[in-house]
Design a protein around this ligand. Structure first.
Ligand code: AMP
Length: 435
């Protein structure tokens, strides 16, 4: 089965093609085709890369007239030119999309129908930058690949069973009725890491209390018990919680009302300030990239030092909060760009938990292999570094959904491509969706 995955973000478009036969492999396979576009403002040059099994085959700088056109161009490289890996779009069996916000309605991977697209567009009020890009991706696939089944996998879904005391904000009760509550994000990766941790440790996931730390451009933690997220640091939006590359994370809401009164800032200006000019960038004045902050700190930049120290202070504080919610901890997971690559961040964060018997193997921490336990054998807490594999996690969900729909021919390339035929094919898949 050939599964195409689209991960449409506000700043990049990542795509992968996976080829799955028989049972799912134990280790995430290297996708035979991987395409990425790093977006630039319209009219400027965007970077487009295609890799085969990790090696670059195409690198282009392209002037972008529209995002759809660029995604269309990227998809065509699957079956045209030197990067081609399939003979035509009809070979693709299913397309999976990462969708950031599924609201309260979507808590499972879902076959995309016109109704789902309408709902995703409605949910764009909660995540305007993301959900719009995702709908564009879905429509482009529909146009370029044809009537292939498409599946939405939601970043909010893993957190959809947060207990109400963790999900509710202590504003007026009516907020809950209006959908103002903690949704949580990065759920695809938090869930993947929890499952992968259990696999690596050869333990039943239900027996483990895990704190998963997704530390990338965006940062969030999740507390996982019985295989479920029971608390997380991101909230109503991906702005909540830990400070991030250029996002503030949680701040006293009184600062916002103060700024509104003092400087008459508009909502948009405030959004820009909190999302793009805060966090590591805002404090260091150097960069939103932890690598550059670390380099500046090493050369004596006091603001870079403060940014790093604030980051690890907050990280320790949130790990502690999650341990309290879990009533203990068996496994601490570090994942995503900073989590996977910064020994300094991991060591400083773990240094706060020696009193629990957590002991880091400093050599392993300095140079971890992909997906490795970096705690000493006698540590009371396992500490794992796990490579974020969102695209693979999405492909797996598509595979599971397709397996559940085994009686349906997934190559829904109907002879009769009328809207009615397409709707009934989607319907057949939908009937087999898990509850
Ligand atoms: P992600 O969003 O998962 O792609 O993570 C991106 C972030 O990872 C970058 O902004 C960097 O701050 C961080 N990162 C990547 N490599 C390193 C590294 N070697 N050391 C520290 N941070 C890193």
């Amino acid at each position: 089965m050939k599964v195409l995955v689209l991960n449409s973000g506000s700043s990049s478009q990542k795509s992968c093609l996976y080829e799955l036969a028989g049972a799912l492999p134990e280790h995430p396979p290297e996708p035979p085709w991987q395409g990425t576009i790093e977006w630039a403002p319209l009219g400027q040059l965007a970077n487009l890369d295609v890799k085969h099994a990790g090696s670059r085959v195409i690198h282009e700088e392209r002037a972008i007239r529209s995002r759809q056109e660029a995604i269309e161009h990227l998809l065509h490289t699957l079956w045209e030119g030197k990067a081609r890996v399939i003979s035509g779009p009809e070979e693709i069996n299913v397309v999976g999309h990462r969708v950031v916000h599924g609201g309260q309605e979507y808590t499972q991977p879902t076959v995309i129908t016109p109704q789902v697209i309408a709902a995703l567009s409605r949910l764009a009020v909660f995540a305007p930058l993301h959900n719009r890009a995702e709908v564009e991706g879905i429509e482009t696939v529909e146009r370029v690949v044809g009537p292939v089944p498409q599946v939405a996998v939601f970043d909010t879904a893993f957190h959809s069973q947060l207990p109400l005391p963790a999900a509710a904000y202590p504003g007026p009760f009516e907020w809950l009725e209006q959908g103002i509550r903690r949704y949580g994000f990065h759920g695809i990766n938090h869930q993947y890491c929890a499952e992968r941790a259990a696999q690596l440790l050869a333990k039943d996931l239900d027996s483990l209390r895990l704190v998963t730390c997704h530390l990338g451009n965006g940062c969030s933690l999740a507390a996982v018990r019985n295989g479920r997220s029971i608390d997380t640091t991101m909230g109503f939006t991906p702005l909540d919680g830990l400070m991030m590359g250029s996002r503030s994370g949680s701040i006293d809401p009184g600062i916002l009302t103060y700024l509104m009164r003092q400087s008459q800032m508009t909502g948009e200006e405030m959004d820009d300030l909190l999302n793009k000019k805060s966090g590591l960038l805002g404090i260091s004045g150097v960069s939103s990239d932890m690598r550059e902050v670390l380099t500046a700190m090493a050369s004596g930049n006091p603001r870079a030092k403060l940014a790093f120290e604030m980051f690890v202070h907050q990280l320790r504080s949130y790990i502690g909060a999650m341990i309290g919610v879990l009533e203990g901890i068996d496994v601490l997971v570090f994942t995503a760009g900073i989590g996977e690559n910064s020994p300094e961040v991991r060591a400083t964060a773990c240094g706060g938990f020696g009193f629990l018997g957590l002991k880091l193997d400093l050599e392993k921490n300095a140079r971890p292999q992909a997906d490795q336990d970096i705690a000493t054998p006698d540590s009371a807490v396992r500490v794992l570094v796990i490579r974020a594999q969102e695209d693979w996690a999405i492909a797996r969900e598509c595979w599971r959904l397709a397996r559940d729909a085994a009686s349906v021919d997934l190559r829904l390339r109907a002879q009769d491509e009328t809207a009615t035929a397409k709707a009934s094919q989607f319907q057949k898949l939908k009937e087999t969706e898990r509850p």
